[in-house]
Design a binder for this molecule. Structure first.
Ligand code: NDP
Length: 285
């Protein structure tokens, strides 16, 4: 068996096309343009690229972006003041703070200052709580993007065993809540999990978000499984790779995402989707 490759780029392009059509229809009806404030602190090269991609994606679909590029010496108090202003700005529907923040910031405290209805990354405790209660509002972009991928290729979730490797508040944990809401039986693994392979071998749907290259061995993949690799790891020679041993895993899996070109483009498309839905909710349109 050789797995079918899930083309995240193509699926994300379809999502973005639909969003553009919705925004064009809004503008034709005389409704206002959605707005997204993007805050980048410091000059981390990866963050700078991610932010550039997000701004470009906004422009392409017709979302106005308000860019705040700030030095790493910027203080937490000043950042909170800026967030408070953006919370009140009626042109701004979504606020995105590119993570990770420099080490002198308390990310949790900063995220809690974003108005939940503008939290288009879905990281605010209110939005995570809503997801935990299975009545989500703004859903964390990467996990929600994975669900969109699974829906697109018509992978059934109900009653199937999903194993999630990684339990961070922004990726692994909300991924497990999404799959629970989709009807899966879930197992969540983390750095203290003993015998990781035992759990991975049982997965009908495997999602890896550990951020550790090749941690998931191809031989562990259950025949016919769906494998979603969220990990983005930069190797010393500059290549980008996922958490899964791709070349070995394709021999067992039925479906698999590549890295790059799998989940990454879905994260950006979902950010646009969340911004549009925040606008529609704000305007009650
Ligand atoms: P974190 O470092 O915050 O979390 C990693 C998680 O993996 C933790 O829960 C950790 O466990 C767990 N983990 C680490 N090592 C192991 C191991 N050996 N066995 C089992 N579990 C392990 O990372 P993030 O959640 O922020 O990101 C995860 C990955 O996803 C990264 O590669 C990141 O670049 C990528 N990413 C990709 C996105 C995309 O769009 N494709 C978007 C966002 C992130 P513990 O909780 O015990 O520490």
């Amino acid at each position: 068996m050789t797995a079918q490759i899930i083309d995240g780029k193509a699926i994300a392009a379809g999502v973005r096309k639909d969003i553009k059509a919705e925004i064009d229809a809004r503008l034709n009806k005389g409704l206002r343009q959605p707005g997204l404030a993007v805050i980048l602190i410091g000059d981390d090269p990866a963050s700078t690229i991610y932010v550039r991609n997000k701004r470009q994606a906004c422009e392409e679909v017709g979302i106005k972006s308000f860019y705040h590029e700030l030095p790493s010496s910027f203080s937490q108090e000043a950042l909170i003041t800026l967030i408070t202003q953006l919370n009140q700005d009626t042109q701004v529907d979504g606020i995105l703070i590119q993570l990770p923040l420099p080490s002198h910031f308390e990310s949790d405290k900063v995220i809690e200052c974003i108005a939940p209805e503008k939290d288009v990354d879905g990281f605010h405790p209110y939005n995570l709580g809503r997801l935990a209660q299975r009545r989500p509002l703004l859903r964390p972009c990467t996990p929600y993007g994975v669900i969109t991928l699974l829906d697109h290729i018509k992978i059934p979730c109900k009653g199937r065993h999903a194993v999630i490797v990684g339990a961070s508040n922004i990726v692994g944990l909300p991924m497990s809540l999404e799959l629970l809401m989709a009807g899966c039986t879930i197992t969540v693994c983390h750095s203290l999990t003993e015998d990781l392979s035992d759990y991975v071998k049982q997965a009908d749907i495997l999602v890896s978000a550990a951020g550790s290259p090749g941690i998931i061995k191809g031989a562990w993949i259950k025949p016919g499984a769906t494998v979603i690799d969220i990990g983005i790891n930069r190797l010393e020679d500059g290549t980008i790779t996922g958490d899964v041993e791709f070349n070995a895993a394709i021999k067992n899996a039925a479906w698999i995402t590549p890295v790059p070109g799998g989940v990454g483009p879905m994260t950006v498309a979902t950010l646009l989707k969340n911004t549009l839905s925040a606008t529609a909710r704000y305007d009650n349109t």
